[in-house]
Design a protein around this ligand. Structure first.
Ligand SMILES: C[S@@+](CC[C@H](N)C(=O)[O-])C[C@H]1O[C@@H](n2cnc3c(N)ncnc32)[C@H](O)[C@@H]1O
Length: 479
């Protein structure tokens, strides 16, 4: 017991020691350089021509520069405090910790951290003013104009210091962020326990959106769900619409978890609450409460429609060697990488599986840099609705209202506070499609030789799609 209790206390003490040392070191370094810079500016005579009013204006301008520097250092300090519990300004840490002890309100903690920081920086000005105007009083060779120039010179260094410290802190935080790996750390059961014990607000919104979206999907065609993880909650909306449902994910362990549900393993995850919510959404304003039999019937329909579990990697330009009339990819590309450029590439690869005229439905964590699964941090691409819209608009028609944002209060616990939901229809003749079509004609003729009608379908966007063309990843499920 003692050891367990002692560890957090020691860690807390260590954070204070680190903050104190960082504060002392940075204050000392700043004072030394700022004083030297102030003296050097006066001694250089660069601003000797300024009269008193201009010297005052110069000083005011250096305060504006200082405020600009604070705009970089304050957010960095707040992130440092919330992610590591340390600060380069011990007063800021004291104010932050005191307020957070009194309230769970994060905003109040942030305001306190800023107030402590700015307050102590203003306090550090006092010795400079005392020094500068003390010299004016005690020396005949130093006038008030020189004092103002000295203070301005010191301020310029302080501004550069705030800016540089903020950038350094951010860079250090970025390096420190170590993400868990899907290959080594992802445990399907942990993910299901953390996110799918009940229908949480993000899924209430996602499933409602999906129910509406699949109404726009072509009826009676195979539908792909890409990056499903170990989950099935989204397929129930598609079961009445699709002729077949193909489920793809990067990790075989996730697909095995799905197989357990298909096989009615008693230990498989219970998706019935999600089926019930799907049916409620489908009944719309009628607001009918689904019966237990209806829930079972939808489960059975989904089981019957799932015909392929596919291991696929979004890093491949063609993750699956075929195209679909409808592809759903929820919380995959955005939750598979912390790099926006990689997210854009993944989205390109995933959407390339939507045939011209086909429907794409997606969901993403909004402005999320990482989400927690059993204490492990998995990457978030930190994207928002504008990014989703921009990436879709290259090849898809995205009407107003097709990209929506939902705030999700419970997401803060996991590492996000909103979701982006989007649906779009692929243009028949977008630039990328044309380029790809030419490339496909060369590349696909070999692989698709048995189905020349499929190539034609892709090019003109008519309904000759959904013909399995590749042999590689699609493993038909044993019924
Ligand atoms: C947060 S989970 C989302 C699972 C599911 N769609 C959901 O809504 O709960 C992210 C998924 O992305 C998958 N993933 C990670 N890297 C991937 C890659 N390179 N290609 C395809 N999927 C990937 C993971 O295996 C994981 O199942």
């Amino acid at each position: 017991m003692t050891a367990v209790a002692g560890t957090p206390r020691r860690a807390g003490l260590l954070r204070w020691v680190i903050s104190l040392v960082a504060t002392a070191a940075s204050t000392y370094a700043l004072d030394a350089v700022a004083t030297a810079a102030g003296i050097a500016l006066v001694a250089s005579g660069l601003l000797a021509g300024l009269d008193h009013a201009w010297a005052l204006a110069f000083l005011a301008a250096t305060y504006l520069a200082w405020i600009q520097g604070l705009r970089t250092s304050l957010p960095a300090n707040r992130t440092l405090l919330t992610t590591t519990g340390t600060s380069t300004n011990v007063l800021s840490k004291a104010a932050h910790d005191l307020v957070r002890r009194a309230t769970t309100n994060e905003r109040a903690g942030r305001i306190a951290a800023d107030a402590g920081y700015v307050g102590s920086e203003i306090g550090k000005e006092v010795p400079y003013y005392v020094g500068a105007f003390g010299a004016v009083l005690l020396s005949d060779s130093v006038g008030s104009r020189e004092a103002l120039v000295f203070l301005g010179g010191a301020n310029l260094v302080a501004a550069a210091y705030e800016y540089g410290l903020g950038r350094l802190t951010r860079a250090a935080l970025r390096r420190r962020r170590r993400y868990a790996s899907f290959e080594a750390d992802w445990v399907p059961a942990e993910y299901l326990a953390g996110y799918y014990r009940q229908v949480e607000p993000d899924e209430i919104a996602t499933i409602a959106f999906l129910v509406e979206a699949v109404r726009r999907a072509p009826q009676g065609r195979p539908m792909l769900f890409f990056g499903v993880g170990p989950t099935l909650h989204h397929v129930f909306a598609a079961a009445p619409v699709a002729s077949e449902i193909h489920l793809a994910d990067y990790l075989p362990a996730n697909l095995r978890e799905i197989q357990r549900w298909i096989d009615r393993d008693p230990a498989a995850h219970d998706w019935r609450p999600f089926v019930r919510h799907t049916l409620r959404c489908e009944s719309g304003e009628r607001g009918e409460e689904p019966t237990s039999e209806q829930v079972t019937a939808r489960e059975e329909l989904a089981r019957a429609k799932i015909t392929a579990l596919i291991q696929a990697d979004a890093r491949n330009p063609r993750p699956i060697d075929r195209r679909y009339s409808a592809v759903v990819s929820a919380y995959c590309a955005d939750s598979a990488t912390a790099d926006r450029t990689t997210w854009t590439v993944f989205m390109g690869h995933i959407t390339s599986m939507v045939r011209p005229g086909g429907l794409f439905v997606t969901a993403a964590l909004r402005r999320c840099r990482g989400y927690h699964v059993a204490g492990k941090l998995f990457p978030g691409a930190d994207i928002d609705e504008d990014d989703v819209r921009a990436v879709l608009e290259r090849d898809f028609d995205v009407a107003d209202g097709d990209v929506v944002v939902h705030e999700v209060p419970q997401g803060d616990v996991h590492g996000y506070s909103g979701i982006v939901l989007a649906t779009a229809r692929r243009r028949a003749w977008s630039g990328t499609v044309r380029q790809r079509a030419v490339g496909d004609l060369v590349g696909d003729v070999r692989g698709h030789a048995e189905h020349p009608e499929h190539l034609f379908g892709e090019l003109v966007g008519v309904g000759l799609d959904d013909v399995p063309t590749g042999q590689a990843q699609v493993q038909e499920r044993e019924q």
